[in-house]
Design a protein around this ligand. Structure first.
Ligand SMILES: NCc1[nH]cc(CCC(=O)O)c1CC(=O)O
Length: 312
């Protein structure tokens, strides 16, 4: 008989839904679970994330795990700070949800159908800078709060549209409200968007092994590793205007044979709010190096832009 795994989770509908899915997978594999709700300052404050800082949603959960109140913590991966907590191990990255951002607009409108001057809500500088770069004349308005609070701004008529993570809507069963899933060519998601991070204590090797064997997905882990390495190299937190998307694709390797390769794209906003982009393809086993190379390319592209024509 396996001992019951205490799984820490935030209490939001999204957190409960995604932690519930992880618990179900563990139960199905024969491991009894118990959900333990942990309140975080991020749930209590309505201030913009850019002000209250990265980690507001995840640090209380990490403390509960490190302190032995729970055995497992489930986080939205994109909310985790890039530094690994030395007391904890990233035991599993489960199969990632569709990482794209989603538009929820009045009257079923898509991005291209919104008239100039339309009010579009997002609290994310990454989404705001990419929306502005489309040149559609959209007016970005800052918002935050849980999924329902944000959706209500559209149904109440206060905003014409909002942009949120498709994965969040999927997990709370609200995919039907989406009027357009945004193409990554227009809107690159946040690094690790749509992925979960499942942590345990670094010295709890039994739990680490069972989480890894039941939950971990190699392709999702490699993709997220590349995106997060890029983010870490750019020294930016979750609110910085940086987008990244890595995907495992069939491609030709160096010897011309069909192989699984990792394709990564990145975007970064400059201080003048212009966008620079970079992309690269490499070995799935060298995800971090690929992310680092992409970060270097983005910095070069930014410097070229700053010293190029049009700058003073
Ligand atoms: N920053 C909040 C947050 N953290 C994770 C998700 C969605 C689910 C995910 O990306 O895994 C969201 C909501 C959103 O960005 O719309």
């Amino acid at each position: 008989m396996n001992k019951t795994l205490r799984i820490g989770t935030r209490g939001s509908a999204l957190a409960m839904a995604q932690t519930g899915m992880v618990a179900e997978q563990l139960e199905a594999a024969g491991y009894p679970t118990q959900l333990v709700e942990v309140a975080t300052p991020g749930d209590r404050s309505m201030a913009p994330i850019a002000e209250i800082g990265v980690g507001v949603f995840t640090s209380a959960l990490r403390e509960a795990l490190a302190g032995g109140e729970v055995d497992v913590a489930v986080h939205s991966y994109k909310d985790l700070p890039t530094e690994q907590d030395p007391r904890l191990s990233l035991a599993a990255v489960p199969v990632r949800e569709d990482p794209r951002d989603a538009l929820v607009a009045r009257d079923g409108l898509t991005l291209g159908e919104l008239p100039p001057g339309s009010l579009v809500g997002t609290g994310s500088p990454r989404r705001a800078s990419q929306l502005e770069a489309l040149g559609l004349g959209l007016e970005v308005r800052g918002i935050r709060g849980n999924v329902d609070t944000r959706l209500r701004k559209v149904t109440d008529g206060e905003l014409d549209a909002v942009v949120l993570a498709r994965a969040g809507l999927a997990r709370v069963g609200r995919l039907a409200v989406i009027t357009e899933s945004l193409d990554p060519l227009q809107m690159l998601p946040a690094p690790a968007q749509g992925a979960l991070a499942v942590e345990c204590r670094v010295d709890d090797v039994d739990t680490e092994h069972l989480l890894q064997s039941v939950l971990d997905d190699q392709a999702s882990r490699a993709a997220v590793a590349a995106e997060r390495a890029m983010l870490a190299a750019l020294e930016a937190g979750c609110s910085a205007p940086i987008g990244a998307l890595a995907e495992v694709v069939e491609d030709l390797d160096e010897d011309g044979r069909v192989a699984q390769r990792l394709s990564v794209r990145g975007v970064m906003a400059t201080d003048e709010n212009r966008l620079v982009r970079a992309s690269a393809t490499g070995e799935t086993t060298a995800a971090e190096q690929l992310g680092l190379a992409l970060a270097a390319e983005l910095l070069d592209a930014r410097d070229a832009l700053l010293s190029g024509p049009g700058s003073s």
